[in-house]
Design a protein around this ligand. Structure first.
Ligand code: ADP
Ligand code: MG
Length: 147
């Protein structure tokens, strides 16, 4: 069952990211979809902050993957892999380690632009769609499985 949230500020979206971080399980893959400015990075910032990841929370666009080793484990999670698939193909992403990141039971993978690498996404993935409504309003739909 998808869950739909409406947020009315960046802070509310950050808080939703924090909430997911408190509930996420070891080894999870979280896909983040949505247009530019829809709030993906804002959400990720809340997620990383909640886990105590060391700043800065910079975009992985140019590095493809940015790894955060948490100063202390949270619910068994020791690492977060923040991945941006915008510029890569599925074979490229596999070649640099995507399968291993997903198999890391002490890690969580956050994947932006999952539609670029559809065939790499397991059915158990948590998929989040960010939709801009008004200037400060975003609809955020969280479901299991990639559509
Ligand atoms: P993306 O990573 O999806 O391109 P960002 O998180 O970088 O998006 O940017 C979202 C922008 O929209 C930020 O400037 C943020 O302040 C603004 N904003 C306004 N309302 C919201 C909201 N409800 N949720 C998230 N961001 C919002
Ligand atoms: Mg972004």
């Amino acid at each position: 069952m998808p869950k739909t949230f409406l947020t009315h500020s960046a802070e509310e979206t950050r808080n939703l990211g924090k909430k997911l971080a408190r509930e996420i399980r070891q080894g999870a893959l979280v896909c983040l979809s949505g247009d530019l400015g829809a709030g993906k990075t804002t959400f990720v910032q809340g997620f990383l902050e909640s886990l105590g990841a060391t700043r800065p929370y910079t975009s992985p666009t140019f590095v493809i993957m940015k790894q955060y080793d948490l100063p202390a484990p949270v619910n068994g999670i020791e690492r977060v892999y923040h991945v941006d698939a915008y510029r890569v193909s599925a074979p490229d992403l596999t070649a640099i380690g995507f399968t291993e990141w997903c198999a890391d039971q002490r890690g969580v993978v956050l994947l932006e632009w999952p539609e670029r690498v559809k065939n790499l996404i397991s059915r158990e993935a948590i998929c989040i769609n960010f939709i801009s409504k008004e200037e400060n309003e975003r609809e955020i739909i969280i479901r299991r499985g990639f559509l």
